[in-house]
Design a protein around this ligand. Structure first.
Ligand SMILES: [Mn+2]
Length: 371
C-alpha cells in the first residue's frame, strides 16, 4: 500500500515539475517572440535599431559597467549617466554599475552622487561614455582602461573612440537616447522612478525646458514615458530653478550691462575676477546666464564671454541661424544653435563679434520675416 502511495507521489511530483518547466519555457518562448516581433517591427521603422541592439548585447555581456560623462557636467551629463546606471541596476540587479568622474556641479547635487571607482575594476569592465564625443572632455580619463568602450552622444561634432559609437544629433538630449533604448527593449530594460527622475532632468535641461527647436515629438513622447513613473516634477523644477539671491542679482547685472553689435548680436563680457567680487559666483553660475539674452527681438545670435587666466571661454547661442561654423573658426563647436568656443585675446573677441554680426546681417537680408 505505502509503496503504491510513494509511486503516486513520485508521479505527481514529476507532473508538477513538468508543468512548471513547461510554463517557464512558454514564458521564455513568449519573450523570444515579443523580442522577435519588436526587432522585426523596429528594423523597418527605426534606423538605429541595430546599433541599439548591439549596445544592449554589450550591456548584457558585461558584469561590470562603468559610466563616464563630460567635465563641467550639465543636467544632461549627470541625468544621463545616473539614469543609465539606475536603469541597468533595476534591470540586472546582479551587475556592478558605477558612474566614474573627477568633478561635479553643485546645482545638480540633488541627483545621486558619482562613485569612486578603483582602477582594477576596469580590467573586465565595459565603459559607456555619455553626452560627449570629445575624448579630452571626458571626466576621469580612466575610461581608457576599460576592456571595451561604448559612446552614446547627441552632439553634431562627435569623434568615434569606442567599439560602438552611437550618436544621434537630432536628439534633444542624450537622456532621450537612453529613454529610447529602454522603450525599444522594454522587455529587457526596466525603467523605474529613480532612473526616470534622472533622465527627466537630462531632457528638461538640454531642451531648455522643452523650448528649443530640438524639442520635437520624440522628445515629448520620451519625456511623457518618464512621467508614467510618478516622478515629482514640482520638486525637480524647484531644485533646478529656485536660486540664491546672489544669483538672482547676477541676472540684474546681465540685463543692465549687455551690449549690442550694429546688426543685433547681444553680448556680455565677464572679467576673470567677476565671480569673486559678486558674492562668490562660480564660472558655471556666470556662463549659465547666456540664456537671459535669448529673447530680444531681432537679436538672433547672443554671446557670453567668460574671461579666464589664459583664455576666454565663449558661449554662443542662436535661433534659426546655424552657428557651428562660426564656433569652429574660434576653436570650438557644438550644436546648430548652441556652441562653445575659446579666444585668447581682446582682438579675437572683437573679430568674433564682427563675424557674428556679419552672419546675422546676411541672415536678416534673406529672412525678412524672422526675428
Ligand atoms: Mn547633452
Amino acid at each position: 500500500m505505502s509503496e503504491f502511495k510513494e509511486k503516486v507521489t513520485e508521479i505527481k511530483d514529476k507532473v508538477v515539475k513538468g508543468a512548471s518547466d513547461a510554463i517557464d519555457s512558454l514564458k521564455k518562448g513568449a519573450n523570444t517572440i515579443y523580442n522577435a516581433i519588436d526587432s522585426a517591427k523596429s528594423d523597418i521603422d527605426d534606423p538605429n535599431y541595430n546599433i541599439k541592439k548591439a549596445i544592449l548585447d554589450k550591456i548584457k555581456e558585461y558584469d561590470t559597467i562603468i559610466i563616464h560623462r563630460h567635465v563641467r557636467p550639465d543636467g544632461d551629463a549627470i541625468g544621463t549617466s545616473q539614469g543609465l546606471k539606475a536603469l541597468i541596476k533595476n534591470s540586472y540587479p546582479e551587475k556592478k554599475v558605477y558612474v566614474a568622474s573627477s568633478d561635479k556641479s553643485d546645482y545638480l547635487s540633488f541627483l545621486p552622487k558619482d562613485d569612486n571607482v578603483a582602477k582594477e575594476l576596469y580590467d573586465n569592465a565595459l565603459a559607456i561614455v555619455v553626452d560627449t564625443g570629445d575624448e579630452a572632455r571626458i571626466s576621469n580619463q580612466n575610461y581608457k582602461l576599460a576592456k571595451e568602450i561604448i559612446k552614446i552622444d547627441h552632439h553634431d561634432t562627435s569623434a568615434d573612440f569606442g567599439v560602438i559609437n552611437y550618436c544621434d544629433p537630432t536628439s534633444a538630449s542624450c537622456a532621450n537616447l537612453i529613454v529610447n533604448l529602454a522603450t525599444t527593449f522594454r522587455y529587457e530594460l526596466k525603467l523605474n522612478q529613480d532612473a526616470a527622475t534622472c533622465l527627466f532632468v537630462g531632457i528638461v535641461t538640454d531642451s531648455g525646458r522643452f523650448r528649443y527647436a530640438s524639442a520635437d515629438s520624440r522628445c515629448f513622447k520620451e519625456a511623457s514615458k518618464l512621467l508614467e513613473y510618478n516622478i515629482d516634477t514640482q520638486s525637480i523644477y524647484t531644485k533646478l530653478y529656485v536660486e540664491e539671491e546672489n544669483k538672482f542679482n547676477l541676472k540684474k547685472y546681465v540685463y543692465s550691462k549687455y551690449k549690442m553689435t550694429p546688426n543685433g548680436v547681444a553680448y556680455i563680457y565677464f572679467k576673470d575676477n567677476f565671480g569673486k567680487k559678486h558674492g562668490n559666483l562660480s564660472k558655471e553660475d556666470i556662463t549659465s546666464t547666456i540664456n537671459l539674452l535669448d529673447s530680444i527681438k531681432g537679436s538672433m545670435i547672443w554671446i557670453l564671454f567668460s574671461e579666464g587666466k589664459e583664455s576666454t571661454r565663449v558661449r554662443l547661442r542662436s535661433r534659426y541661424i546655424n552657428i557651428t561654423e562660426l564656433a569652429s573658426k574660434y576653436n570650438g563647436g557644438g550644436h546648430e544653435n548652441a556652441c562653445g568656443s575659446t579666444v585668447y585675446n581682446k582682438k579675437q573677441v572683437k573679430e568674433l563679434l564682427k563675424d557674428a554680426d556679419t552672419l546675422l546681417k546676411e541672415f536678416k537680408l534673406s529672412h525678412k520675416d524672422l526675428y
